[in-house]
Design a protein around this ligand. Sequence first.
Ligand code: SAH
Length: 360
Amino acid sequence: MPDRLNLLNLPPADAERVLRELATSRGEPAYRAAQVVRRLWKNPAPGFAEMTELPAVLRVSLAEHFTIPRLELVTRQQSVDGTQKFLFRLPDGQAIETVMIPDGSRATLCISSQAGCALQCAFCATGRMGFQRNLATWEIAAQVREMRLLDPPVPVTNVVFMGMGEPLMNWKAVDPALTILNSPDGLGIGARHITVSTVGVLPGIVALGERPEQFRLAISIHAPSDALRQELMPINTKYPLAAVIDAAKQFDRRVTFEYVMLGRVNDATEHAIQLARLAKECRAFVNLIPLHEGGGTTFRATPPARIATFARELRAHGVEVAVRKSRGTDISAACGQLRVERLGRRPPRPADQDGHVHVV
Ligand code: SAH
């Protein structure tokens, strides 16, 4: 059956349109289309066969014309703090990570937008595996869908694009994925509960700002001067600090700065003073992130007491700051760490070689 259309690649309104065409051509009422769309995201079915509310003949013709592919769960790990980490295999054998971080009544899903990453940030495990490929729209949104297909389902209230990859270097797929995540006929997650995290890809920031929904933007700053940022983030040559700060100023919503605390690298008082100046320039909120050590880099985490002082130094300059809790360190939950530890840097294996699932 060649050229079956993958319904999960389409924003719900487009999926409904093609489904309506099929339904009416089969003499079925048009409302069947909305019924199927509900089973794509909201109350997802693993396949057409499980959409038992539909007539059997319709299920058969749906499967002839369309696909609704799954991500294959390879490992599932649970941290003592409740953080869960999922390694999914994609149809071509690539592997991506998704992390679920519970926090009171919230559950934040940290999703990947690329397999690997081209940016090579010095402290990041994903950068070390190199860039493999962009994810398709469905592969991005399906990370949330798969949580709903678990038994019991894992509820998700917030989504952050802080897994593997640079979302704004895959805007073509991320743009419709945002629609699926947010749309009431899709996954129905409020725009204010969806954060796109970027190293500062300027055209992507503009594109995100042009969307009418209130999606949140987080920018990975990590160093308050070009000289240091260049060392940590090679992309700084292409998108230097001043240009990134300017883009943050133009963005019509409040921006968050992410700042990974690297011991004796970017955590001195002078860094706090410089960072405060940048944050105030664009009224940014600053998130201080404790480094997850490991994953093949030699950076050391800033001691917690020094992080607290750094936060005070920023506040003293009138900047709003939060210190992120380090979560899931016992399961290597930082960007790319699980994949690096499990798969090393070997080429992906064919899908039949290791299909076991660990549930801790
Ligand atoms: N490419 C995007 C999104 C993915 S990374 C970006 O860079 O923003 C999400 C965040 O995790 C980034 O701020 C990144 O710098 C941070 N990060 C990467 N490795 C980390 C580690 N080992 N410990 C703590 N944070 C890390």
